[in-house]
Design a binder for this molecule. Structure first.
Ligand code: RM4
Length: 259
């Protein structure tokens, strides 16, 4: 119960790594606000969010879902308002929302580049800013964990729009760690490796690429959302009370296995 009594927001919490984070937070006693974006299929997105809410509640925590585009700062302020209204405040933020529609560099459409930057980096900035202001007002500290990526450390030929945002997210945590440290607010990054979720379903439909990637992982398997959820829970908990501005690689050894 590393997060007993903590009140948490998880952005992009209805599926993939965000779902894994939300469930692990609930397992450890947190009350959770699940943010999701009703993008292409609104009903599917709402149903997915409701499933995570029910799963969190079945684990003993309180949980609600709120829809909104994290790239819109009004969404981020509404998320904080939801946590204050429902739980009386906010102690933990998992800034997790991220998209990565794989695309070539030379013909990268401007609107796609801007959307990926807006969601992955600008959105992360706005939600961290909104939560940090509330945490400062509360005066009881807090923990922010951003979902960066192994892609903050290495490139991706079809991810030239995405990898800079993941490097930027970690850099944001390094800078906010400085600003927020005096307020007892810790800021850290988790860097997932190859985790099978919707974000890479299409990319990994190439069986050879999937097999090659999995063969590069010393622990012999792709990551699961739960693997990331456990690391984020640790960084959000008092077990990490002297950790801020740090990056935690959670990749089964993929990054170090170069030769
Ligand atoms: C991650 C990493 C994974 C990829 C996802 C989309 O940073 O590059 O391999 O599937 O992004």
């Amino acid at each position: 119960m590393l997060l007993e009594g903590k009140r948490a927001i998880v952005t992009g919490g209805s599926r993939g790594i965000g779902r894994g984070i939300a469930l692990e937070f609930a397992r450890h006693g947190a009350d959770v606000v699940i943010n999701y974006h009703a993008d292409a299929d609104a009903s599917f997105s709402a149903n997915a969010a409701d499933e995570v809410v029910e799963a969190c509640r079945s684990l003993g925590g309180r949980a609600i879902a709120t829809e909104g585009d994290i790239a819109d700062s009004r969404t981020d302020r509404r998320l904080v308002e939801s946590a204050v209204r429902e739980y009386g405040g906010i102690d933990v933020l998992a800034s997790n929302s991220g998209i990565c529609p794989f695309h070539g560099f030379l013909d990268m459409p401007e609107d796609l580049l801007r959307r990926v930057m807006d969601v992955n980096l600008t959105g992360a900035f706005f939600v961290c800013q909104a939560v940090a202001n509330r945490m400062k007002e509360q005066g009881t500290g807090g923990a922010i964990v951003a979902t960066s990526s192994i892609s903050a450390l290495v490139g991706g030929g079809m991810q030239t729009h995405y990898t800079p945002t993941k490097a930027g997210v970690h850099s944001l945590m390094q800078s906010t760690a400085i600003v927020l440290g005096p307020h007892g607010i810790r800021c850290n990054s988790v860097l997932p490796g190859a985790v099978a979720t919707d974000i890479n379903r299409d990319d990994w439909s190439d069986r050879e690429k999937r097999a090659y990637l999995e063969g590069r992982i010393p622990l012999g398997r792709f990551g699961e959302p739960e693997d990331i959820g456990k690391a984020v829970t640790f960084l959000a908990s008092d077990m990490a009370s002297y950790i801020t501005g740090a990056a935690l690689l959670v990749d089964g050894g993929l990054f170090v296995n170069l030769q």
